[in-house]
Every structure is written in C-alpha cells, then in structure tokens.
Design a protein around this ligand. Structure first.
Ligand code: 5GP
Length: 178
C-alpha cells in the first residue's frame, strides 16, 4: 500500500497526517480562547482554501464569535503591480471589532498584506492573522502572523482545503510534492 497520490501528473506524499492536524488545530483554538476571552471576535475565513481549517478550528472556539467568508477576486491590473486582488463578499461592519483572518497558507505574504490593508480601511480595533500553514523562507512581505499551525519548507502542498488545479481540497491529510 502506498500513501502517495498523483494530481495533474505530479506526485505527492503524505506530509502532515490528519491526526496531527486535528491536534494542532485544537491547540491553536485554545490559544485563541485564551487571547480573546471575554471578547466577541469576528473570524474572516478566506475561501476556498481555508474552508476545512475554518470548520475544524471553530468547533473548538468557545464563547460568542462571528464568522464571515470572503473571496479574493484576481484580475490583471493595468498598473505596475500587475495582478491586483480585491476582497469580495464582506458585508459586515468591522469598525471597533477584533478581526481574526483565517487563511490556508501564507507563502510570500503578498495576499495577506493586501487583505490586511483592505480590512484596515474598515477600522477594526485589532487584526490578527491565523493560518494553517506558513512558509517562513518564502515570506517577503513584512507582515505579522499571530498564529500558524505549521511552519513548512518551500515545497508545494495540497489537501485539507488546499488544491492543485482545483483538485485535492477534500483530502484529510496534507500532502507534499515529491
Ligand atoms: P502568497 O500571496 O502568500 O504568496 O500566497 C498565498 C496563496 O498562494 C495561498 O492562498 C495559496 O492560494 C497559494 N499557495 C502558496 N503556496 C501554496 C502551496 O504550497 N499549495 C497550494 N495549494 N497553494 C499555495
């Protein structure tokens, strides 16, 4: 029996088992419970990749909280920055709220920097970043990641919400490219 899978002609092997993910996600939820005790934070989950992480994490978050789901629509900008991503789907007032952004992965940090920038304009009292995966060696933007379940090397991963060409999001484990 092999634990390897193939997606879009690429080979992947199990990198983080579902049991290990579940344990770590619970630990991060405990940290959030401690840090936001007595508050009513607003979780902003970035679709599609963060759907499984969001679902599992929030089952362990205690107390009142709000959950909203957003998407980043990509389009080619005409400016020098090239691709511009716009936050869509957020229809709630974030002023004076404690916002916790839930992401699947922070790679270069560019996406997160744009997200933080756009959410800042809505005048929340705080913005925290909570990501399933962080690639510290790939990080080029100066952003603060408050909570990261796993720090991983600069290798492409799929599973547990993350895809390759739309495939792999349903996998319960995280797989790394071979
Ligand atoms: P960043 O803007 O931080 O460079 O990239 C963030 C986005 O790149 C993530 O939200 C994700 O869509 C994509 N990404 C970066 N690394 C990986 C990876 O290893 N696997 C998958 N499936 N997506 C990745």
């Amino acid at each position: 029996m092999t634990n390897n899978i193939e997606i879009a002609d690429k080979q992947f092997e199990i990198y983080i088992n579902a049991d290990v993910i579940a344990k770590r996600v619970k630990e991060i939820a405990s940290a959030l419970n401690h840090d936001f005790s007595g508050k009513t934070p607003v979780f902003i989950s970035v679709l599609n990749g963060a759907f499984m992480f969001t679902s599992d994490l929030l089952k362990h978050v205690e107390g009142a909280c709000e959950v909203h789901f957003v998407k980043l629509s990509s389009y080619s900008g005409t400016g020098s920055t090239g691709e511009v991503k716009q936050l869509v789907g957020l229809n709630t007032d974030l002023s004076n709220r404690d916002v916790i952004i839930l992401e699947d992965i922070v790679d270069t940090g560019l996406t997160m920097k744009m997200l933080i920038g756009q959410i800042s304009t809505m005048h929340p009292s705080s913005i925290s970043v909570c990501t399933l995966l962080l690639k510290p060696d790939a990080l080029v933007e100066d952003i603060k990641v408050n909570y990261a379940c796993f720090e991983i090397p600069e290798k492409f991963v799929v599973g547990y919400g993350l895809d390759l060409d739309g495939i792999g999001r349903n996998l319960p484990h995280i797989y790394q490219i071979i």
